[in-house]
Design a protein around this ligand. Sequence first.
Ligand SMILES: Nc1ncnc2c1ncn2[C@@H]1O[C@H](COP(=O)(O)OP(=O)(O)OP(=O)(O)O)[C@@H](O)[C@H]1O
Ligand SMILES: C[C@@](O)(CCO)CC(=O)[O-]
Length: 429
Amino acid sequence: MSNETSQSSSQRSADIVVSAPGKVILFGEHSVVYGRLALAASLGLRTRVAISSINHPNTLEIECPNLTSKLTFNLETLNKYLLSPTLPTYLAPAEFSWESPDVVHHETLLDRVTEFLTDVSISNTSNLKPSEIVTVKSMMYLIAGILGSVNVELKPAAIVVSTDLEIGAGTGSSASFLVSISAALVQYIKLNKSSGNISKTGYRECNWNDSDPKRFSTRELDIICNWAFCAEKIVHGTPSGLDNSICTYGSIVEFRKGLQPKLLGIECPFKILLINTKVARETKALVAQVAQRLERFPDLVKNILNAMEDVAYIGLQNIMNVSRSHGDSKATRDHYDTLATLCSMNHHLLSALGVSHPTLDDIVNTLTRHGLHGKLTGAGGGGYAIALLPPLEEIGRGLEEAMNELASKGFGVQMTDLGGEGVRIDSDS
Ligand SMILES: Nc1ncnc2c1ncn2[C@@H]1O[C@H](COP(=O)(O)OP(=O)(O)OP(=O)(O)O)[C@@H](O)[C@H]1O
Ligand SMILES: C[C@@](O)(CCO)CC(=O)[O-]
């Protein structure tokens, strides 16, 4: 499988390096899946994907932080089973180009990838844990989907993923990973074919004029975001599209399922505490659990979802008002108080949906005892909680005491800023 003569990833200089941020959801996790408003922000913690050409003929190597060992695939076989066959699409291939991933027949492409991994590359993947299989499947899905209809040959390469994020803890590790993989593949196409029609014969013409090798255009960001959304279905089941949007575009985003995400273009004046319960959980299972609760108590759960919409809406107004108050400290403090109260309310509504956890409730109660407010973030069930911190000049002893108490209980505690750059090209080739 892996070869002894090849360089290790740390020795090699990469041809392509891209990175995408993680995210925190301020208001609206779960309710966003049912069309309610959500507000999320990017984090300074990022996932990086490097693609390097390697001397080992006919080989694709994959390294990811959650894979116990490097995986090696035969490129000829990958070409035969995943890249050469016509992509399954709802429209005729002549009407499809890689710019419209929503036209791809998701389940059929996923079946093709699963078959490739289980029947063809069995020696590679037979011992993988379920979460590792999800990683490899979603990555192969993106390779097949993005490279399948374009006239760019995948040459022997190593794809190496690294991340600052805790995987599977509510800070968007999966979206950050999938956005980075999509972006690395888009950059691969750009560097190998910078202008003209990039579609293979038989697909809709797709012209690319003088693409900038140093940055992603809006058109490219949309392609990255849409492909990452398709692959998120493999990880999340029924994603709302919030996570892949925030990890692509960065900043603070107002989001409603089915609509274009709205970048608020403001800086959040408040820092947050990220508090890690260190309890493992899986977004897909938690989303399915909420769906069951909705089915069992439809009217009751709809009322909770509507209350969450109100929380997110008032939260949005207050965040916007802080940025309009131009440093007026009294106004900023008032908006902070409202946002902090909304955080607690959102946590208790999420708890009523059944997605909290004793450790998350313990964190929220500890924060409250020290005059702070917090909530779970992401899918819940463990993972991270956040606390919105008061304006810096008003942070008192309560914060230090809360941080000490949370740390003494074994939770991970970290202060961070919100907002910031979305997916970007980090290499200068
Ligand atoms: N850096 C990474 N490398 C490889 N696979 C990853 C990486 N990050 C996430 N994954 C895949 O995503 C899965 C975790 O997704 P999940 O949605 O449960 O967590 P999350 O994205 O951190 O949480 P949330 O969706 O609540 O923000 C992992 O089990 C793994 O399969
Ligand atoms: C729980 C959820 O709302 C957020 C997960 O980060 C799921 C989603 O929006 O797809």
